[in-house]
Design a protein around this ligand. Sequence first.
Ligand code: BTN
Length: 254
Amino acid sequence: KREDFVSSWPGEIVRMDSVASTQEEAKKLAENGAPEGTAIMAEEQTGGRGRMGRKWHSPRGKGIWMSLVLRPNLPLSLTPQLTLLAGVAVCTAIREVTGVPAGIKWPNDLLAGGRKICGILLESSLREGGLHYCIAGIGIAVNLTREDYPAELQEVGTSLLIEGGGIPVDRTRLAEAVLAELEYLYLQYIEQGFRPIRELWESMSVTLGRQVCVNTPQGRTEAMAVGLDDNGGLRLRNSAGEITSVLSGEIEMI
Ligand code: BTN
């Protein structure tokens, strides 16, 4: 039961000062056999990476820039579920520790006040056709002020400090809460599968019930986001009432 759950993050937590990207540091450790649960946190990233080849702005001392080594026994096709799991964990921790009403935009952007507060990057490494390990990268904009954002990000990015009315957030406490949630949900996922995560995700989503625009190889389509499918894909209903799923990509809420 959740109330009886006592967290003690089983993995080593490696703290670093300045790195290009914690993703690369975690990969090096994973390649050298680091066990599941090994976590890397950096004060600053000079080459932080986002999804779709984008940069991730990671100024010193202002955020949680963290990557975790996971070694799940899963087919590659189900790894999107882990991304959703991480989104639920961070969203829960943020709400608990700060009270900021964060919500999840599919697949795993966390928004507050309509702007982005956290991004998640799950990268998988294959060996002999199967999954070797995953690196789950989590970037949370904790104590950034408006001035900490470059001009081009001021309209899209926000922080817990900004959304919480200017009160600085204790990064250590928040990071501990994130790890505790991740541990709880990951163990639950291994025991019970995706369904509990799917329900939590759906309850925290700001995407469901909205009209969205999706870019697929077939082109751009507009549809209503209606739920998650069993793999973690987004179920869409078009104007003709047909249901389809998208497993990865970007959506725009309209
Ligand atoms: C996104 O929304 O595009 C994903 C952003 C992921 C950022 C985190 S910060 C820690 C880890 N290291 C990186 O270089 N990226 C991820």
